[in-house]
Ligand binder design. Structure first.
Ligand SMILES: C[S@@+](CC[C@H](N)C(=O)[O-])C[C@H]1O[C@@H](n2cnc3c(N)ncnc32)[C@H](O)[C@@H]1O
Length: 205
């Protein structure tokens, strides 16, 4: 099982955000898709905290899929499906059989700054397709705002990411807002988190 210290630190605050935005729907059985699940720590914790949600984890890396499977087995999680290989940069018709209008929630944690703009395009295009009406997309990460990155630690993070891969870097909230809008998805809330991270809550309208 892979372990991410950052995921161990942030899962609880992320879970609180999700529990808050889904609170008024907790009487229903919801279906959630996680993109770029990584180790699987988040999805297991979310499943424990929100038993009314059935979670579908996914990633492009085989080692992540293996790690998620190991967490599912170790925790006997009932409301987490086996992980699927899903490349979020691809059209949603290629999203591992996730069908149109089938998801109440999509979660993408620390995905957008560690992937290319094509992935951001894929995430919002896919959200427009696979979310149900009024479904939610939550992205979590560090962002530029209107072309500006502050404070300096975030500028350094952006430079480090670009050094690792020239296609990576902090996505701009205004660019994401426009991408979302073009796909019938609206930015509804920006929630400040620890260490200048933010949760962006989008809704398919
Ligand atoms: C920085 S990690 C974050 C993992 C996890 N969400 C977390 O916060 O601990 C980024 C993850 O996104 C995955 N990823 C990168 N590009 C992707 C893509 N195009 N589609 C799906 N997953 C992708 C990587 O394999 C990696 O597991």
């Amino acid at each position: 099982m892979l372990v991410s210290p950052q995921a161990e630190r942030n899962w609880e605050s992320l879970s609180l955000v999700l529990e808050d935005v889904l609170e008024n729907q907790s009487h229903r059985q919801l279906s959630a898709l996680e993109l770029g699940s990584g180790t699987g720590q988040h999805v297991i914790r979310f499943a424990q905290k929100m038993p009314f949600v059935t979670w579908q984890p996914s990633d492009i890396k085989e080692e992540s899929l293996e790690s998620i499977k190991a967490y599912i087995a170790a925790t006997h999680a009932k409301n987490v499906q086996q992980p699927v290989h899903l490349d979020a940069s691809q059209p949603s018709e290629q999203w591992a059989g996730v069908s149109r209008d089938s998801c109440d929630v999509i979660v993408a944690i620390n995905l957008l700054q560690y992937s290319s703009f094509k992935t951001a395009q894929g995430v919002f295009n896919g959200a427009g397709q696979v979310l149900k009406q009024n479904g939610l997309l939550m992205t979590y990460g560090v962002y530029a705002i209107n072309g500006t990155i502050t404070p300096s630690c975030n500028e350094n993070l952006d430079a480090e990411l670009r050094k690792l891969n020239p296609d990576w870097g902090l996505p701009d909230i205004d660019v994401l807002r426009q991408l979302a809008f073009g796909n019938g998805v609206r930015l509804e809330r920006i929630i400040e988190m620890e260490d200048y991270f933010k949760c962006l809550i989008f809704r398919k309208t």
